[in-house]
Design a protein around this ligand. Structure first.
Ligand code: SF4
Ligand code: SF4
Length: 571
């Protein structure tokens, strides 16, 4: 392990900003356990990928850590009971999502016992093959806890052809207000380091770098201490800058390499995971415990006692606000995530899910809502800070005019929605909202196009089938109407025998006639020699022909004797 107190930078990224941090408020006291609510609402879709499928029934009693919904497909994650209790409903409930929609959820009435299911830790992960480790992590329902929610086992499976040089553990937490990773690094550094070693083994990575920004000196010291003496593990202190915690930007700073547009980090031999995910992987492997809770920052000017709480999934946000002494009447907006990339929630009864890292109960003053939105003055400040080197102003015009093709031509989908452009805009234009609107509209159009293509394909297939059946029916009808071939007359055995006999007799007569002609020709030749006059063969033949009797005049028996006599004469 190597570390120093000088911030390091191997590469750099374009733009970025230094917004007011507002992190101190929630790190003034140690984290605590959130109170156990009477009811937990667990959406089956708390991650990227397909929603999980329930495997329990209403009325069933469950233990803490018991799997209650299975992953449905490869990109999916199971859901486990966060505490013991009784299943009281499986139905649609509002979920914390920008859409504000509801989704299928399992509701548990807690029994207060918090009784764990029997779990089985791995004895020695270094003796376990990476594939088995990934399977345990998958079954434990571990997903990226940095906010993305991508199933972690997939990112730990780069494929046998890909060599991973560097595993990066992201402890940057660059977005203002959020401090859950900071507190975890201060309080549970051993879990994070143990998780990092497991992940390195699963990836067979050459080295591991834990990246921390220099606005978290306590976390940095704590992690350095826990990592002391571990080969191939480095702790990197980074100069604070937003959005350095974004995966592509962090990789560029740590390795000096750029992840290609539309490409994955694995293509340049790098895999990046969040520090909280590392701690969850440690619990899954060393303790055998599935993911049932996480650290959440409760903060904002409307919260009198901002801090971090370890929260069971499914806990209603209002319970956390109450525990942190919120002044409800002061809340202008409730945000899940940070002020730059988070989204507004419309109901305090919504549950905490796997991707809930922060809840901000913000006041009007705090949000700067008094600043009016003005027209774009084409100052170009937005382009100066864009970490992806886009032209935010062009994206804004085209998104606003619903010219989605043009917005895509300006690489709309490369935008990471970091909000740097909105932050610096002197006209206070909510630029990111326009980009989200355009992306959503394009996505909807694509879905509709896909549906209509599928409907067209189904229709064409049906037409083909109907046409084929029609042809088959016509062919059957034509076959029925075709005249039947006449049957052969029954064979008369006697007539047939007579006919065959006549044919045989006729053939024999012809043979006898030919033989007689040969004999007579030979007799003529002999007689001619006796007389001393040589007769040419063709003359003899002519003579024979001249004496050949008409067919049928020769007695068959006599013919044979004559032939015998003439043969003797010739010899
Ligand atoms: S920063 Fe705002 S005003 Fe300036 S060009 Fe960009 S969108 Fe226009
Ligand atoms: S939100 Fe998008 S366009 Fe704006 S600065 Fe970030 S990446 Fe660039």
């Amino acid at each position: 392990m190597s570390h120093g107190n000088t911030p390091e930078k191997r590469g750099d990224f374009h733009g970025g900003i230094h917004p007011e941090q507002n992190k101190l408020q929630s790190t003034m006291e140690s984290s605590a356990q959130a109170r156990m609510p009477a009811k937990l609402v667990l959406p089956l879709h708390q991650h990227i990928g397909a929603a999980a499928e329930p495997i329990i029934k209403i009325g069933e009693r469950v233990l803490k850590g018991q799997k209650i919904a299975s992953a449905d497909g490869y990109v999916s994650a199971p859901v486990h009971a966060p505490t013991s209790g009784k299943i009281i409903d499986i139905a649609d409930y509002p979920i914390p999502h920008p859409s504000g929609l509801s989704a299928r959820s399992i509701v548990i009435e807690t029994d207060g016992c918090d009784k764990w299911i029997e779990y089985k830790p791995e004895q020695d992960y270094t003796e376990t093959n990476p594939s088995h480790l990934r399977n345990i992590i998958r079954e434990a329902g571990v997903v990226g806890l940095g906010g993305a929610g991508f199933p972690s086992f997939i990112k730990l499976n780069p494929g046998s052809q890909k060599k991973i040089k560097t595993l990066i553990l992201n402890g940057v937490e660059c977005e203002p207000y959020i401090t859950c990773d900071d507190m975890l690094m201060r309080e549970e550094p051993q879990s994070i380091i143990a998780g990092a070693r497991i992940m390195r083994h699963a990836l067979q990575a050459d080295a591991c770098v834990i990246a921390i920004e220099d606005n978290k000196p306590q976390a940095y010291e704590s992690i350095c201490k826990a990592a002391e003496g571990i080969d191939g593990l480095r702790v990197a202190l980074m100069p604070t800058r937003y959005p350095q915690g974004s995966e592509k930007q962090l990789i560029q700073v740590i390795t000096g390499k750029e992840v290609p547009s539309n490409g994955l980090a694995v293509s340049i031999g790098v895999v990046c995971h969040n520090v909280s995910t590392a701690a969850a992987i440690y619990r899954a492997i060393h303790l055998g415990q599935p993911l049932v809770s996480r650290m959440v920052t409760i903060t904002g000017a409307a919260v009198k006692r901002p801090r971090n709480l370890e929260v069971l999934f499914g806990t209603p946000i209002e319970e956390l606000l109450e525990q942190c002494d919120v002044e409800s009447e002061q809340i202008e907006r409730l945000v899940m995530g940070g002020p730059m990339m988070g989204f507004a929630l419309h109901d305090t009864s919504l549950p905490v899910i796997k991707t809930t890292n922060c809840i901000i109960a913000a006041t009007r003053k705090e949000l700067g809502l008094d600043r009016p939105v003005m027209p774009c003055i084409r100052c170009g400040a937005c382009a100066d800070v864009c970490p992806v080197k886009l032209l935010p102003q062009q994206l804004y015009w085209h998104s606003r005019a619903k010219e989605f093709d043009k917005a895509q031509a300006y690489d709309l989908f490369d935008c990471i929605e970091c909000g740097c452009c909105s932050y610096v805009c002197p006209s206070n234009i909510p630029l990111v909202q326009f980009y989200r609107f355009a992306k959503g509209a394009i996505w909807t159009q694509e879905q509709e196009q896909k549906k209509s293509d599928q409907a067209r394909e189904r229709h064409e297939f049906r037409q083909m089938r109907v046409e084929r059946e029609k042809l088959e029916r016509a062919a059957k009808r034509a076959k029925k109407k075709a005249p039947r071939p006449k049957k052969a007359a029954p064979v008369d055995g006697a007539k047939m025998a007579e006919k065959m006999r006549d044919e045989a007799m006729s053939q024999r007569d012809s043979a006898v006639d030919a033989r007689k002609a040969e004999i007579q020709a030979a007799v003529a030749r002999v007689q001619a020699r006796k007389k001393g006059t040589a007769t040419k063969p063709d003359q003899a033949a002519d003579a024979a022909a001249a004496v050949t009797p008409p067919k049928g005049d020769v007695d068959k028996k006599d013919g044979s004797s004559a032939a015998k006599d003439s043969n003797e004469q010739v010899q």
